[in-house]
Design a protein around this ligand. Structure first.
Ligand SMILES: C[S@@+](CC[C@H](N)C(=O)[O-])C[C@H]1O[C@@H](n2cnc3c(N)ncnc32)[C@H](O)[C@@H]1O
Length: 401
């Protein structure tokens, strides 16, 4: 490339260029080119960049980033985030059967009990993903602690819970993005106190908290409402990060699409169990309760697959000709959850039902993940580099190294 010449520019602009190039230790040519590159990739002409370091920006279609998979289960988050260019640096799951599946699918055994892991031993990462178990917090002390002037009143309240372990990791590692998932009733759990404690703790950590209940039925033929919580480090993204939750795809898949052609006879209910389920439903109907077994509508979506499906499979049953209904096979559960079809199930049926019933739907996590990537890209364009503010020293570090 030929030499860029700065001619016929007012003195103050020339001075400004000279100041900028010195500040960023660049030649005049490099400095002007970096500004032009920024302008060419930004949606709007960027502000001239004294407040943030000027870097060459390449904005790829997928953004390389790193993540950790906590309470990993069988890696629903890992499938989703890996598909978006994410690299998993650490996983943690204590159930040995889930570890077995995780090892078979990802080639690594997750670390065990999160309470035994020191936050400083977890590698630095860009996204912390976790589908943590929902536990009540002792709220009795909130106002007391607040009135005593404790700086971290809400954080204190999480002590002794698994959410506290997330908080402790966030405090030490300051990941720019937190991506959490939980059951819908997290918001109403314990009279709303659990939700309040969680969101207030995250805000105390200086994260902007966004959340939405999303029904997976737009992506898989299953009614499965879960709350997705996405948090952005305020020091990195500011007070109002550009982020929105995804809309479901236009086409909803049908339940019949996940069914196997010739399922084993062992999944057919015994007449005894089928009679018991009908009788149970009848008794509950008489009492005005709607609970009972659920025969799935083949052209619709099923009820939610729960971790207790292994017990009798009653929430999702499939009608059969001249036979009692059957439950789903583990392979059908994998499909109903939208897990990749090429993964071998390496545990017993009971464990497989439990694992799928506990998992996050990878397709939904991926759709939310895409929106997180969009936010990262927005931030990249806005600031010229993606930085990770550390609690101690606010050291700057590129997110996509
Ligand atoms: C709701 S599930 C998360 C499932 C996961 N998102 C997936 O896609 O499979 C919560 C997981 O946390 C794990 N867990 C519970 N307590 C734990 C602990 N102390 N340390 C590590 N994992 C734990 C459970 O075994 C369970 O698999």
């Amino acid at each position: 490339m030929g030499q860029l010449l700065v001619r016929n520019v007012p003195e103050e602009v020339r001075h400004w260029i000279e100041q900028g190039r010195q500040q960023h230790n660049m030649s005049q040519q490099e400095f002007i080119l970096s500004i032009l590159r920024r302008a060419s990739v930004a949606e709007q002409t960027p502000l001239l960049p004294f407040e943030s370091p000027v870097q060459e920006i390449a904005v790829p279609d997928s953004l390389p980033f790193t993540f950790v998979d906590l309470f990993a289960g069988i890696g629903g988050f890992r499938f989703a985030l890996s598909a978006l260019g994410g690299r998993c640096l650490f996983s943690c799951e204590w159930d040995r059967y889930s570890q077995k599946t995780y090892k078979a699918w990802f080639g690594e055994t997750p670390h065990g009990d999160i309470r035994q892991i020191k936050p400083k031993d977890i590698p630095d990462h860009d996204v912390l993903a976790a589908g943590f178990p929902c536990q009540p917090f002792s709220i009795a002390g909130v106002s007391k602690k607040k009135s005593l002037g404790h700086a971290h009143g809400f954080k204190c309240l999480t002590q002794g819970t698994l959410f506290f372990n997330i908080v402790s990791i966030v405090e030490v590692k300051r990941p720019p993005v937190l991506f959490l998932e939980n059951v819908k009733n997290l918001q109403s759990h314990d009279g709303g106190r659990t939700w309040k404690t969680i969101t207030e703790s995250l805000k105390e950590l200086d994260y902007v908290v966004r959340s939405k209940v999303i029904d997976a039925a737009g992506w898989v033929p299953q009614h499965r409402e879960r709350i997705y919580i996405v948090c952005f480090d305020r020091k990195v993204f500011g007070d109002d990060p550009q982020f929105s939750f995804p809309d479901p795809p236009a086409q909803t898949p049908k339940f019949r699409d996940i069914l196997e052609e010739n399922p084993d006879r062992k999944y057919t209910l015994t007449s005894h169990l089928w009679e018991y389920l009908q009788d149970y439903a009848r008794r509950h109907r008489e009492k005005g309760n709607g609970f009972g077994f659920g025969i799935a509508d083949l052209d619709g979506v099923s009820r939610t697959l729960s971790a207790r499906y292994y017990k009798d499979g009653s929430e999702i049953l499939i009608k059969q000709d001249r036979r009692t209904p059957r439950r789903l096979t583990p392979t059908e559960c994998a499909r109903l959850m939208g897990f990749p079809g090429d993964k071998k199930i390496v545990v017993s049926d009971t464990q497989a039902y439990r694992q799928f019933g506990n998992a996050v739907v990878p397709k939904v996590a991926k759709a939310v993940g895409e929106q997180i990537i969009a936010t990262l890209r927005w931030h990249l364009m806005r600031s010229g580099c993606l930085v990770k503010a550390r609690q101690n020293g606010h050291a700057e570090q590129p997110i996509a190294s």
